[in-house]
Design a binder for this molecule. Structure first.
Ligand code: AMP
Length: 368
């Protein structure tokens, strides 16, 4: 079997590594020179919306998938009649527009922070009155890792938000002083079977995921988060892995966004679950039976951002994943996973990894 993967970044690389174990060939589409997934299969080095390259992939692959959510939907539709594309492009369409995404959550009765569509400077004032301050103004499209966002803390900040972002379609959201953030990763196969991974708690820094730990010991949350993920998976007639990010605020669980793809907060599943999110994504889209999603211990993951300190490679506990990317501030270059037989041991190991990363990053050791 041969799978076409749009995008050859680190998620493509981890899909490619999982594909080897399933004896599946990969073909990637990515305009970058030497992307991380280059060692996992053929890379067609063309833009993501290149009609000829997409047609070539469609003709030579059994199924097409993607590893990032800004794939142009119109380009995918040019090959939709000739090859199965999973997850369905409709899921991508919803995830690409924060307003559309929030409205979908509303329709599925998945609670969200209060929000308003913003089309003018006056709308910002109205939103501030309706939602209260602080609120966060976000671009509806193409935002990721906290980019394209502006926090309006007091009325006077609205001008700044408008001059920074006002040339794009926007959404304003109530600022949630959440206790913590979680994500739920679910997978649905081509026959409609659904499996959900143990809940993951995430911590972000400057909008970028810094670390994750799983499982989260809150049974009420687990059931509710799993139920929300199932609603999305079923409603979208989804095939593949989907990640739903949520805020935990007291007893409220509010959806922030979903990603129609494998997700950074599920990297721990490579060592910490019976079947990784990458293998299960491939299994789902290739019509293979899903693997078990149970955890095999207490897992934690720390992202390596901006540099990979050599001290991390000397850690006694921790599996280092190096994506082989050129170091740049704020860039995700790799991650470290630890797995322990109790939550407290996991937290101790994770703290050692975090300390090593923080101390060494300040000495600016980086990979080339
Ligand atoms: P996003 O790009 O929407 O995932 O936002 C990146 C991060 O910004 C989230 O993981 C949160 O830590 C924070 N954030 C986003 N929206 C809100 C909100 N409405 N209230 C509080 N924090 C938020």
């Amino acid at each position: 079997m041969r799978i076409g993967i749009i995008g050859a970044g680190q998620l493509g690389q981890m899909l490619g590594l999982a594909a080897r174990n399933l004896d599946v060939d990969c073909c990637f589409l990515d305009p970058s020179i030497s992307p991380p997934a280059a060692n996992c299969g053929e890379v067609i080095q063309r833009p993501f919306d290149d009609a000829d390259a997409l047609a070539e992939m469609a003709a030579s692959c059994d199924v097409i998938t993607y590893e990032f959510e800004n794939v142009p939907v119109a380009a995918l539709e040019t090959i939709a009649g000739s090859v199965p594309i999973y997850p369905p492009p409709d899921a991508l369409r919803h995830a690409q527009d924060r307003l559309d995404e929030k409205q979908l959550f509303d329709r599925l009765e998945i609670p969200v922070p209060g929000y308003r569509a913003i089309g003018s400077r006056e709308d910002l004032d109205e939103a501030a009155t309706a939602l209260g301050l602080p609120m966060v103004v976000k671009t509806r499209r193409l935002g990721y890792d906290g980019k394209g966002q502006y926090v309006v803390r007091e009325a006077a900040d609205a001008d700044g938000a408008w001059s920074a972002l006002g040339n794009q379609s926007l959404i304003a959201e109530q600022w949630v002083s959440f206790d913590y953030e979680v994500s739920v990763i679910g997978v649905r196969d081509r026959s409609g079977e659904i499996a959900v991974y143990p809940l993951t708690q995430n911590s972000h820094e400057h909008g970028i995921l810094r670390s994750s730990r799983s499982p989260v010991d809150e049974s009420v949350l687990i059931d509710r988060a799993g139920d929300y993920a199932r609603r999305l998976l079923e409603h979208l007639d989804y095939v593949g892995v989907l990640a739903l990010e949520l805020f935990v605020d007291g007893d409220r669980l509010l959806a922030n966004e979903f990603a129609p793809r494998v997700h950074n907060s599920g990297h721990w599943t490579i060592e910490g679950a019976a079947t990784s999110q990458f293998e299960n994504h491939l299994r789902a889209v290739l019509a293979l039976p899903l693997g078990a999603t149970n955890g095999v211990g207490h897992a934690g993951m720390v992202n390596l951002i901006g540099g990979i300190p050599s001290a991390v490679r000397d850690l006694e506990h921790g599996v280092v994943h190096d994506y082989g990317k050129t170091a740049r501030p704020g860039r995700k270059l790799g991650h470290v996973t630890v797995v322990a037989d109790s939550a407290s041991k996991r937290d101790t190991l994770l703290a050692v990894v975090e300390k090593t990363v923080t101390q060494s990053t300040s000495t600016t050791e980086t990979t080339a």
